[in-house]
Design a protein around this ligand. Sequence first.
Ligand code: HEM
Length: 235
Amino acid sequence: MQDSQDKTRPATSERLAVVLRRATAETHQAVERLPLMTRLTSPTVTRNDYLDYLHALADVYAALEDSLLDALDEEIRNDLGVRRKLPAILEDLAEQGQPHEPRSSAQPPPSGAAAALGGLYVLEGATLGGRVIAKHLRRCLGPTLGSATFLDFHGEHSSAAWKRFASILDSLPAHGRMDPAEVVSGARESFAAVHRMLEGTGARGAPDRADPDHVGPRCPGRRHLAETAPPIPEE
Ligand code: HEM
């Protein structure tokens, strides 16, 4: 329902990137609270928690990424500067000696270019939080973490890459090329699909999963990442 109280409805002059953040904030928090994610961000995270996360994210990106990108004009894709993330996830798994065996996933991506753009916002945004998670894992797991190519996808250029993505996002509706309401509902639909996929993810049977109570040694001086990570900023 879209009434004057609906905080997810894009006002004509409001930046789309800001509207998207607000419209998906609740689902983002729900994703952060999933067991897979709380293990990853805990001070007792283990290498196997990281591997479970990579396998789960590989399924998410395999289910959504290609269709979302293919739904956009080449020109918009190039302007956004988006590069596929699935190869990076598979590289990280291969480096850990863990080839990925895809699980079938019946998650139809949102249809239409505007909705696909919303979905890409979700997949691209994951690299922002990824940087924070990578730092936490580097501290807790040390060299065992390996390259973490996916989590630290844009490296030092994270902020610049996100600014570019967000500014193109903001400009498209202004040029009449996308309906902002469709972009927002595509983002919500995709984020809900991500949540469903991650919710249904169990451990993949790595050795220390035989004991469900297994936790790694406590990472020195660390609280739970959720207590230290910066909140998603409000404009
Ligand atoms: C434990 C898991 C996660 C944590 C701790 C986390 C944390 C964060 C943090 C701290 C930011 C803000 C970064 C900044 O502004 O510099 C962020 C942004 C974001 N994350 Fe996550 N994230 C997690 C999982 C995910 C997943 C699985 C997705 C989607 C596949 C996702 C999508 C996004 C999006 C779309 C944004 C951008 C929000 C915006 O500013 O518009 N996150 N995340």
